[in-house]
Design a protein around this ligand. Structure first.
Ligand SMILES: Nc1ncnc2c1ncn2[C@@H]1O[C@H](COP(=O)(O)OP(=O)(O)O)[C@@H](O)[C@H]1O
Ligand SMILES: [Mg+2]
Length: 272
């Protein structure tokens, strides 16, 4: 049991590298668990910022589960290189997009890579993509507290991280661990987003707290973090996401408002 007694240090991120000097602000969207809605939140807020006139890039750092191409309706696009031998990012909804999903021969080709290879791919997406000048680079992270999180924290000067959770304990427990890790490696946490906060029945519009209540609120109080917003589980978001028609562009006004509120809160915290 000796290894568990040692004080663990993850490496210093006090002076991170600046691998993305082309981006004014860099925001990572992370969580403890998979399936809580990181990619959906990342894609919608990226496009929301672009709707406000910003030049936005969206980097899909989830090498083993790249969801961004489908969310943005570009899952059939394939990667191309420019004359300077840089990868040309995909584009839709006014943002630039890079994902390992655009590099595989087919949409369903799995990448069976050791994590060191996955990390190198991530570095290449930072170094060798023709992003142009960006006001904001949003990074859709894989779940957890591993290689990808540490690498991003060490290689980029992050403006902050947004943590996504669902209300149930199994998710908030994991996000608690992610919070402690980001605090330990001195990455500012912009706040939490509670996704799938409650279910809105499509027929009656009644609300049901199927995953319990106040999971994110309790976490925010425990770790003194702001709650940036809450998004219900709706048929609108689910269907549009599957169809590559982003809710922030094609959703009902109510749906768009959930994401606008998060954007507003993030803006406040980036200024302050
Ligand atoms: N608020 C929501 N309402 C309905 N479906 C949602 C909502 N948020 C996410 N989803 C759906 O849940 C699934 C997982 O979301 P995703 O963003 O891929 O999670 P993660 O990136 O954390 O693994 C997707 O099918 C997505 O469309
Ligand atoms: Mg994802």
């Amino acid at each position: 049991m000796e290894p568990f007694k040692k004080k663990i240090t993850y490496g210093s991120t006090q002076k991170p590298n600046n691998r993305a000097p082309y981006a004014q602000k860099i925001i990572a969207v992370s969580s403890g668990k998979g399936g809580v809605g990181k990619s959906t939140v990342a894609a919608n807020i990226a496009v929301g910022f672009a709707q406000k006139g910003l030049h936005v890039g969206l980097l899909d750092a989830d090498i083993y589960g790249p969801s961004i191409p489908r969310l943005l309706g570009i899952e059939n696009e394939r990667l191309a290189w420019n004359d300077a031998d840089k990868m040309i990012p995909g584009e839709n909804f006014g943002i630039k997009v890079m994902s390992v999903g655009l590099t595989t021969p087919k949409n369903d080709t799995p990448l069976v890579w050791r994590s060191s290879v996955a990390v190198s791919a991530l570095m290449q997406f930072l170094d060798d993509v023709a992003w142009g000048e960006l006001d904001m680079l949003i990074i859709d992270m894989p779940p957890g507290t591993g290689d990808a999180q540490l690498t991003i924290a060490q290689e980029l000067s992050l403006s902050g991280v947004i943590l996504v959770t669902t209300p149930q304990k199994l998710s908030t427990d994991d996000v608690g661990r992610a919070i402690v890790m980001f605090q330990d490696i001195q990455v500012p946490i912009l706040g939490l987003v509670e996704n799938m906060s409650y279910f809105i029945a499509p027929d009656t519009a009644r609300q049901y707290a199927i995953f319990g209540k106040e999971g994110a609120k309790t976490l925010c109080e425990k770790y003194r973090l702001p709650l940036l917003g809450a998004i219900p589980l709706t048929e609108d978001i689910l269907k549009l996401s599957d169809e590559g028609r982003l809710p922030i562009a094609f959703g009902t006004d109510a749906t768009k408002t959930y994401y606008y509120k998060i954007i507003e809160e993030v803006e406040k915290r980036l200024k302050g």
